[in-house]
Design a protein around this ligand. Sequence first.
Ligand SMILES: [Zn+2]
Length: 728
Amino acid sequence: MIRHTSAVTCGFASLLAIGLFPLLAHSQLRATLTTSDVAVDLEAGANGPRLLRLRPAGAPQWVNTVGEALPVSIERDGRRVPLEWRLMPTLSSVGPERVAFVYDSRHPHLRLTWEWQARALFGPLEHRITVANLSGGEYWLAPLDSLHLKWRVPPRAQLTHFYIDKGGGKPTEQGTHEVSLSERYDWTGWSTTFSHPVPGRPREIIPYEAVFQPEEGGRGWYAGIEFSGRTRLTLHRVSEYLSATLGLDPKPGPVLTRLTPGGMFESPTAFLGAFSRGPDGAGNQLRPWVRAVLGSAQTWSNPDYPYTVNNSWGVGMDIDEAVAKKMIADAAALGFEMYHLDAGWFRGVGDWYPDPHKFPRGLVPLADDAHAHGMKFGIWVDWTQAGLDGEPGALNLRDPKVRGWLVAEVAPNWKPQEFKGQTIDIGVPAAKAYAQGEVNRIVRDYHLDMLEHDGYLVAQGCTGSDHPHAAPDPRRTSVNHYDGEDIVTSSNSTDVSYHAVRAYYDIYAQLRRLHPKLLLEICNDGGRMVDFGSAAHGDYFSITDTYTPLANRRAFYDASFVLPPAMLEAYEAKWPTPTAASFLYMLRSGMMGWLTVMQNTIEWTPEQHAAARKAIALYKTQLRPLIRAAQLFHVSARPDGVHWDGMEYWDHALGQGVVFAFHGSDAAEPNHRFVLSGLNAQAIYHLHFEDGTSPDTTASGQQLMTSGLQVVLREPLSSELIFLSGTG
Ligand SMILES: [Zn+2]
């Protein structure tokens, strides 16, 4: 776990030292915050702060031309109250890891803190803005953006915009986007916890954007948001300016959030970094940073993370104690390390107690059985859903108390679906307290090592008028029915998500304090919550809800540009595997990150058992160390299932790596050359073909990075693992 401090220089002090102090206006501060990859120069003017420039290590700087726009007014009882801000030098601080410029407004008394932080020696810097209400009155504030940039760029500079779709229910056709940033380029990307089709909107993105110069060594900058609520990112190029805005989505507006007396608004934290060598260069900096700064130290200190998992959905709803025990015994013999009990175990939606017919003795005997086999035990829960069950402990939405928590009233004849009820707004303190108690009870009483949440647990919109968020505006409210869920969109939607996401993070932070070894899987009908806020509060993501080899490789290809492979889970469902090669192809398609096999392995043939046992053992001994720590290179186009695709891992410190090679369905392409990256051109590497499809050989880094690594696979839908070793 790397949590070093960074080198920081205080511009105020250094300017003072060289005698320039008189040139600075009264009450003006400057500071520089640095990591090994980037520095930012910051200035606190009398009336507002500003990011002056971003200075990548060893590359030209990006000059910012816009200051922070501090709120000019705030609302009280529907009336606009103008604000005047002034710098508070004595409250501001410039430290080795953090720079905070503080501004106060006198009437009403508000305190705005404009903060930058370096939380690791390397990687990006974080930025957030807080507004604290020090007055005795309640006010309504238009949320501040997390980050606003307006770089000056040469008018003819070639720039490329890079962004990534979420895996959602099914990966999109394109998934990973590299777009030429031409004059008048105007782009907006959205991220919510829903990621469902909205007319006129493309698939939602992982809230991250990068811009680089393909002709200049792939140098550029990237920025992202550590938040799961309704956010949007923009990019706009006009003449010599390139503007970017990241923050809570201001539409539909007007968005206002409540500032209670003594309360505070916090803009979602943004991060800003600089890189070279294109999107993989950015990823090889950002992924270790996510691990070191956002990830759980406890989780990463476990050398068996990421686990290999067998999931009960291979038998669907036909699960019961006897079936689960047979699956556990088979999974243990195959070498799996966790048994994951999926939906189908509980009494009903909102009634998270074991079905007495399927599990008459409860879940503990099953957890004990998994543990006796040396395995971990986890379950699926959708813990924000209310239903109609009347059993003690059930969340019944006819209960007047629960009714007040719902995101919207339900019709008198409403009935829950099999796994979905009506969402409660966990931004409501009483609902949050219920959820906190319920997840803790579930983990404690069922002896869980892993809790998977699913479903739309963060409300997108809410009609509750007495909740902490703003009330909906009936003139601006639309209700869309999507996949069993009423999605309410109104001018309060962003504020609803703001409160609910913060509650969700609090609930999981507390759960982790109570159960430090617990693993948290983030699932939202697949990969709808793949974002950096979730990454800071959970351990791994379901990256898509389509479980084929192609969908898994596509979702992995996309998300692995910005998130550690260990956090990216592929669910492998039953898939036609008529040959030994196609069986391995299916297994390996989910072995580039976290592997969850969602199949009834008892049905596998003895040959398939033997092959899986060997593949899982190889994963644990050879692949997992690379998945945890190696650099990652996308050495092919995005998988299309027809042509070849592959992924390269290279761990410089270990002198080891692997290339995953997948041959698509096209029989006319028996061989392929993967041009590798990240190696030492002068070094000689030993190449081991795991399945023996080619004899082991050696090649220079130069050869591998120019003419490439040749792989020959005659059978369509087959695969190979090529291990590299060498000192370089
Ligand atoms: Zn609400």
